[in-house]
Ligand binder design. Structure first.
Ligand SMILES: Nc1ncnc2c1ncn2[C@@H]1O[C@H](COP(=O)(O)OP(=O)(O)OP(=O)(O)O)[C@@H](O)[C@H]1O
Ligand SMILES: [Mg+2]
Length: 306
């Protein structure tokens, strides 16, 4: 991601740009930028997050962007992988980050949740292209034919790296790429991990879910060993959380085992999320005050602090 120094450099190269005007536009307090320019303070991630959309309009060098690519992975089904991709995608786009979501699961849940019916193509189809979901947010959808594509992919020289190679040009134009994966550790999930810088693991605070997490860690490690690329586990997210004594206990076990890797935000189990999914809309289109929306906002902030 962009650093304090990248922003300082931009201001120094463009000395006609007024720091105080930009501070106002970005909602930063007075002198934040001028102090950064004279070296008496550093811009933190929150400052940078607010500045990016404003500076982008002034020609902030897009090549300087380092796209952050995240695979959302858990071989356990129904743990909110798709809901998390969709919610993160919407929030990042709202904050001004150009975001691409990719549906790599032939159930096509993300595609449906985005309101796209019967996509004519999937990521490996010739002529596939991202489609607009809302400002700053696009989707490479999926359909059932991904199954056949998988059969054809097996045994090819690039069976593990095809998605990474397809995504390469997109990494130059997007700030974030989010890959939604199927509940398996199969070839497309492997492709997603290899294409990513980080893996985010949603999990319920329950026995089997917690015990199963090491499989995802092993996948990430084996990718690091086999390919010249080391993705990292960027975080573990508790989803569908209920404040029961058993779930509290497993949340504590996760904290002890994974420490800082566990996001502070956890997503509560809420009927409103099920309703949104049933209606093929995002939770942000329902009541924005609900606790799941709040939790996804917190999650996005934590992700941006990293
Ligand atoms: N926070 C939540 N509260 C209540 N229900 C939720 C929550 N998050 C997800 N769900 C429900 O759980 C189901 C599974 O969610 P989702 O599709 O996001 O999981 P998934 O991990 O992508 O599933 P799969 O492994 O099948 O791809 C959905 O029907 C959704 O409505
Ligand atoms: Mg899913």
């Amino acid at each position: 991601m962009i650093s304090n120094n990248d922003i300082i450099e931009f201001f120094k190269e463009n000395d006609a740009i007024s720091a105080s005007v930009i501070e106002k536009k970005a909602g930063l307090s007075h002198s934040t930028i001028s102090k950064a320019l004279n070296g008496t303070r550093k811009l933190n991630k929150d400052h940078i997050r607010k500045l990016l959309p404003v500076l982008k309009q002034l020609g902030f060098d897009k090549e300087a962007y380092l796209c952050r690519t995240l695979a959302i992975v858990n071989n356990k089904g129904g743990v909110s992988k798709t809901t998390t991709v969709h919610s993160l995608g919407i929030r990042l786009a709202e904050l001004g980050f150009k975001t691409l979501m990719i549906d790599l699961d032939n159930q096509s849940n993300l595609t449906a949740n985005c309101g796209v019916e019967d996509s004519a193509f999937h990521i490996l189809s010739p002529g596939m292209h991202p489609i607009d979901i809302q400002d700053n947010l696009q989707l490479i959808p999926c359909n059932m034919e991904l199954d056949e594509a998988q059969e054809e992919l097996v045994g090819e020289y690039d069976q593990w790296t095809r998605v990474r190679d397809i995504l390469r040009p997109y990494k130059e134009t997007y700030d974030f790429i989010l890959l939604d994966t199927a509940p398996s550790l199969g070839i497309f999930t492997g492709n997603a991990v290899i294409a990513s810088d980080e893996v985010l693991i949603p999990t319920q605070a329950q026995k089997n879910s917690v015990e199963g997490l090491n499989k995802v860690f092993r996948l990430v490690e084996s990718v690091g060993e086999k390919f010249d690329h080391k993705p990292r586990v960027g975080g573990i997210l508790i989803t569908q959380y209920q404040n029961t004594s058993v779930q509290k206990m497993y949340a504590e076990i996760l904290r002890e085992r994974y420490g800082e890797l566990l996001f502070d935000a956890s997503i509560p189990l809420l009927t409103a999320v099920q309703q949104a999914v049933a209606m093929n809309v995002s939770i942000f289109e329902m009541d924005r005050k609900n606790a799941a929306v709040k939790a996804y906002l917190e999650l996005t902030d934590e992700l941006l602090e990293d």
